[in-house]
Design a protein around this ligand. Structure first.
Ligand code: GLU
Length: 291
């Protein structure tokens, strides 16, 4: 029997949702419906400094206003920290993680000192300062209570795998390039997970078969696929959709206060007008999604 089609919308309550989020959520819900599948919602709220209850409340109000419904219970990442801890333990046992004591400032200084610091899609990559720290030195720092994040040693991780890494994007086989983001953080200093690790664990636990999300996250799929391979998890099929753009041709972001769903709602904009606005800003809800 074919596996059920399960997809999700996974916003972070770090700001109000905008028209671009509406496009993403509507596309995913539509795909679930067309495939007699399931549409899930996940609240990605591990960033305790930036997440706010009022933004989480607005997510539920906005999505309901868009006419969407999702299966209950809604997964909230901050309620599931034990699941992430167990994935961290697996990677630790494989000897693929190292503690990183660097502050942002120290990383910046290290990058400035180097004329060949590698660059990724999100800026400069971690220069690897703590990767070669002697184990005894690192243990001493941990024992002295110096705060640390855990980073994935990507080279070592790739060495530990025997088969090549490929995933499906819009039905096309893509060779994963997990080096593109450097030694990513898998557990932050303040919480025992990171965006990358939590997404991979959640997609597995929620049995997500198809991931529909914005193109801005395409480059993260490469590292997500590496984590899936290391943790022995199945890889969903991916479709990264184009991002909506404003009149200036620049993509929407949470920091833009206009065109938030809350402001549209409060200004009496109708759903038909929302669909028209999505179209005007470059989103086609009738596109046939390929997997
Ligand atoms: N929480 C992420 C965001 O709001 C989306 C994660 C995902 O779809 O994988 O950008």
């Amino acid at each position: 029997m074919a596996k059920p089609f399960v997809t999700r919308f996974a916003p972070s309550p770090t700001g109000l949702l905008h028209l671009g989020h509406a496009f993403s959520a509507l596309l995913a819900a539509k795909a679930a419906k067309e495939n007699q599948g399931h549409f899930l919602l996940r609240i990605e709220d591990i960033d305790i400094m930036r997440c706010r209850q009022e933004f989480e409340d607005a997510i539920f109000e906005d999505l309901t206003w868009l006419g969407l419904s999702w299966e209950i219970p809604t997964r909230r990442q901050s309620d599931q920290l034990a699941d992430y801890k167990s994935a961290i333990d697996t990677l630790t046992k494989k000897n693929l993680l190292y503690p990183c004591f660097c502050t942002r400032k120290e990383i910046q200084i290290e990058i400035q000192k180097s004329s060949t610091a590698p660059h990724g899609p999100d800026g400069f990559l971690y220069p690897g300062t703590c990767r070669n720290l002697a184990k005894t030195k690192a243990a001493e720092k941990v024992a002295n209570g110096v705060p640390y994040a855990l980073r994935l040693n990507v080279e070592q991780a790739l060495h530990s795998l025997s088969s090549p890494l490929t995933f499906l994007e819009k039905g096309e086989k893509i060779i994963a390039q997990p080096r593109g983001l450097g030694d990513v953080v898998v557990a932050r200093k303040d919480v025992m997970t990171s965006y990358h690790l939590a997404v991979v664990v959640d997609d597995h636990l929620q049995k997500i078969s198809h991931v529909i999300r914005g193109k801005d996250l395409y480059h993260t799929t490469h590292i997500h696929h590496l984590l899936q391979a290391l943790l022995g998890l199945e890889t969903p099929r991916y479709h990264h959709h184009p991002l909506l753009v404003g009149a200036d041709g620049i993509r929407f972001a949470k920091r833009d206060k206009s065109l938030t769903l809350k402001s549209l709602r409060e200004n009496g904009v109708t759903l038909k007008e929302v669909f028209d606005l999505i179209k005007v800003h470059g989103g086609n809800l009738d596109t046939e999604l390929r997997f």
